[in-house]
Design a protein around this ligand. Structure first.
Ligand code: IMP
Ligand code: MG
Length: 448
């Protein structure tokens, strides 16, 4: 734990981040850690995320909601850095209310949406698909949820914040205003002009817009009192916050494998802005990485497994299928230069390695360094196309979760983790490997 730097600070924000290309198992880790926090807060991304939680044998996939939602004592904050699809969010709230046996009204004490969070309009989803189509073979392979256009609309200063829609609701309903449609038409005209599109969206967009307005109204109850200082006030009252990252470091808009990235910043540096809270409130950063890697969407990744048999074995054993899109995730070996890059750029204090119970293989490999021209490096290059060759370290190790209840740390996994530790220390980083997660349930986790 970092030392507190100021006596005036009462509560703290710790941070959980994905260190790879998303899908590291952050949702489960946040659900586990949330027991020790008062608030779980999302600071970026939107329903491109798919965080899977298990509650009493039932599966819950969250897209907009923070992963503290299953705890009675936890408030869940959707911060100003997020973009929200009101329709998806309401569906999630419905699912949560069914699983927990609580009414939507009762969930008012658990869900807080910042007035400064932005919206994803159905138009953004249409645009996402149109832009992807226009890129042809170099498309990003987005989730199709409207993420890029919604963030672009913020930068273009034509998007809406939750508060804008609420403040204007009376106006929207007045005689002189025909509804949200005018603004949508304006956005469409803006994009057609900006990108030279001749995009015409059919009447379904207007139906979707009406539904959208209706859903915004329903969400009103979770937004009303959440002004920009809501979270800071909670911290000053002594509440501890766990900030939950979405996607992963290599999908960061600036610091990931550009252009095959998402449209928000996913690294630690994004949290103060995405929550609207000064840096002095931040405590430790917890990084989450699988013992192997996966990627979904366009573009290759350095440690991708080329052997089809091993690829399929790992994909099936790990059920590596996108929680949001249902697409298969490509599997790769753990990538040390990539991991070191993520640990450094996020200044990770504690590392948690996930999915260690999934290993159908008799031996494993680790990407130990890259070769750029004649040079061996163990840092991540500016562009992955610069990598001429990836050197893999073969480890004659196999392990599986012991059935007799003994610890998985008594298997070859311990040697595998030692190798990771050795490389972290060898690079002069201070990160401590603190836990491994060995199953999807909240308590399938051990200290090491
Ligand atoms: P977008 O975020 O939908 O624009 O997609 C951009 C890229 O990020 C695509 O390759 C997606 O597959 C990937 N991506 C976005 N969100 C996630 C996630 O939560 N997990 C894994 N990959 C994601
Ligand atoms: Mg996911």
């Amino acid at each position: 734990m970092k030392k507190k730097t100021s006596k005036t600070i009462q509560g703290w924000i710790d941070l959980v981040l994905g260190l790879q290309w998303g899908d590291e198992g952050k949702g489960k880790i946040v659900d586990y850690l949330a027991a020790n926090y008062d608030i779980v807060a999302r600071f970026q991304g939107g329903p491109n995320a798919g965080h899977t939680l298990w509650h009493k044998g039932k599966k819950l996939v969250l897209h907009n909601l923070p992963s503290g939602i299953l705890h009675n004592h936890v408030s869940n904050f959707i911060g100003p850095g997020c973009i929200v699809n009101p329709t998806t969010l309401l569906e999630e709230i419905k699912q949560v209310s069914e699983i927990l046996g609580l009414s939507k009204e009762q969930l008012k004490d658990r869900i807080f949406i910042s007035k400064n969070a932005f919206i994803i309009h159905p138009l953004h989803q249409h645009l996402d698909k149109a832009i992807e189509c226009s890129k042809g073979t170099s498309s990003v392979g987005t989730t199709g949820k409207g993420i890029g256009p919604a963030y672009a609309a913020i930068k273009d200063r034509i998007n809406f914040r939750f508060g804008d829609v609420l403040l204007n609701q009376k106006f929207f309903k007045s005689q002189e205003y025909t509804g949200f449609e005018d603004r949508v038409i304006n956005q469409l005209a803006f994009y057609n002009e900006k990108y030279g599109y001749k995009m015409i969206v059919g009447p379904e967009l207007y139906d979707q817009s009406l539904l959208f307005e209706h859903h915004m109204e329903e969400l009103n109850q979770y937004v009303t009192f959440v002004d920009i200082f809501w979270l800071q006030n909670q911290l000053d009252e002594g509440k501890d916050v766990l900030a939950e990252g979405a996607q992963g470091t290599m999908l960061d808009n600036n610091f990931g494998c550009y252009p095959m990235v998402t449209s928000s910043n996913t690294i630690a540096g994004a949290a103060p802005i995405g929550l609207g809270v000064p840096m002095k409130y931040f405590g430790k950063t917890i990084g989450v990485a699988k013992w192997y890697t996966t990627k979904v969407g366009g573009g290759s990744f350095p440690s991708e497994i080329k052997d089809e048999h091993i690829q399929t074995l790992l994909q099936e054993a790990g059920q590596e299928v996108g929680a949001t899109t249902g697409r298969k995730r490509k599997c790769g070996w753990l990538d040390i230069p990539q991991l070191l890059y993520a640990l450094r750029i996020n200044d990770v204090d504690e590392l948690i390695v996930t999915k260690v119970d999934i290993n159908p293989l008799h031996s494993v490999e680790i990407a130990s360094c890259y070769c750029l021209e004649e040079q061996k490096i163990d840092s991540f290059p500016f562009d992955i196309s610069e990598i001429h060759h990836v050197a893999f370290h073969h480890l004659d190790m196999k392990w599986k979760l012991p059935e007799d209840g003994s610890s998985i740390l008594d298997t070859d996994l311990r040697l595998y983790l030692d190798y990771i530790r050795m490389r972290i220390e060898g690079n002069g980083l201070q990160t401590k490997l603190t836990m491994v997660s060995h199953g999807p349930n909240r308590d399938d986790i051990i200290r090491c």
